[in-house]
Design a protein around this ligand. Structure first.
Ligand code: PLP
Length: 357
């Protein structure tokens, strides 16, 4: 039986049509700037996000890194959420490669840093302090769509203090699909979100289903600077049009269908919320978080795996829907969880595996 892989929306396999687009792509050498497919992708994503320029990147991590380093120099500082991807899950790259000090701040359950905390963290011009240069937000954050008023107020506060603003928009297309007004196109909604920021990073390899690739979008000057940094980071890729073709195909064919992933996530959340021993903690866009009672998360994960359903987590579990999971797969995941609680004997909490997140 086919595995229902809900570990992440990065696990998708390129479709046959995407592989065909890849094979048909005209190629050049992108380090010379003459790969037509890379150039077409960069123009397309710049136009969608309403920025003057864009740069194709091998990963979201490199895209955020080049973005932060294009905004900040040695001894500068960027304000970021304590649990934000750029701070917590990118190996501390901005500090390691750029000598850029992060100023992490607590976030609420929806990923927001309090405006008062942001204001208080912006340092005066004084040799005691690092120079606060950049505010970095993330949308979606753990599946949450950041409300517009928050994006507006937080970026306005940053600008008042002369800070630049960067969005880690790895899943900004999910945010746009989930929050577009009736009759508003997804591209227009992406543009509306991006308009708050000087730069943003967008992933093609998450829900959009490309095997590899992200883009950094911003002004001509910022992208020129990011291109130099990307070179230093080893991200100058030659016939990268093979990969850019997948991203272009994803933009043409996989944007509107993100709504299906959101429907499947709700289906999963509804199915799981009826099961005793589980609490659905949050279920927005394509990510569902579930708390498992009595420390049984790890045994539940093992049980699921033994029955061909994959998820991640320890105490709380995370399920992510995507292109390669349909409603039948979701129903199988729900049934398997239900069977676990019906069949598997409860383990005393003391015997349950624990571990760091
Ligand atoms: C996936 C992701 C990234 C980038 O990850 P890569 O694996 O390097 O492509 C950045 N930010 C967020 C929020 C992500 O989910």
């Amino acid at each position: 039986m086919k595995t229902v892989d809900l570990r992440s929306d990065t696990v998708t396999q390129p479709t046959e049509a995407m592989r065909a687009a890849m094979m048909a792509a005209p190629l050049g050498d992108d380090v010379f700037g003459d790969d037509p497919t890379v150039n077409a992708l960069q123009e397309r994503i710049a136009a969608i996000t309403g920025k003057a320029a864009a740069l194709f990147m091998p990963s979201g991590t490199q895209s955020n890194l080049c973005g932060i380093l294009a905004h900040c120099g040695r001894g500068d500082e960027y304000i970021v959420g304590q649990l934000a991807h750029t701070y917590r899950y990118e190996g501390g790259g901005a500090a390691v490669f750029g000598s850029v000090q992060p100023q992490p701040l607590l976030q609420d359950a929806a990923g927001r840093m309090a405006l008062a905390d942001i204001g208080a963290a912006i340092k005066p011009d004084d040799p005691h302090f690092a120079r606060t240069r950049l505010l970095c937000l993330e949308n979606t954050w753990n599946g949450h769509v950041m409300p517009d008023h928050y994006l507006r107020d937080a970026t306005a506060l940053a600008r008042e203090h002369g800070l630049a603003t960067h969005l880690d928009g790895a899943r900004v297309f999910n945010a746009a699909v989930a929050s577009a007004a009736t009759g508003q196109g997804v591209h227009a909604r992406v543009r509306e979100i991006a308009d708050h920021f000087d730069s943003l990073s967008v992933c093609f390899s998450k829900g959009l289903g490309a095997p590899v690739g992200s883009a950094l979008c911003g002004s001509q000057e910022l992208i020129r600077s990011a291109r130099r940094i990307r070179k230093m980071a080893g991200g100058g890729l030659r016939q990268a049009g093979l990969l850019a073709a997948c991203a272009l195909h994803a933009l043409d064919h996989h944007v509107d269908r993100l709504a299906d992933d959101h429907v499947n996530a709700r289906r999963l959340a509804e199915g799981l919320s009826g099961i005793e021993g589980l609490t659905v903690k949050s279920a927005q866009t394509n990510i569902v978080f579930v708390d498992v009672a009595e420390g049984r998360g790890p045994t539940l994960l093992d049980f699921l795996k033994a029955h061909g359903v994959l998820a991640t987590g320890l105490i709380g579990l995370r399920f992510v829907t995507h292109l390669d999971v349909d409603a039948a797969g979701i129903d199988r995941a729900i049934d398997t969880v239900r069977r676990f609680f019906a069949e598997a004997p409860a383990v005393p909490a003391s015997a349950a595996r624990t571990g760091p997140y």
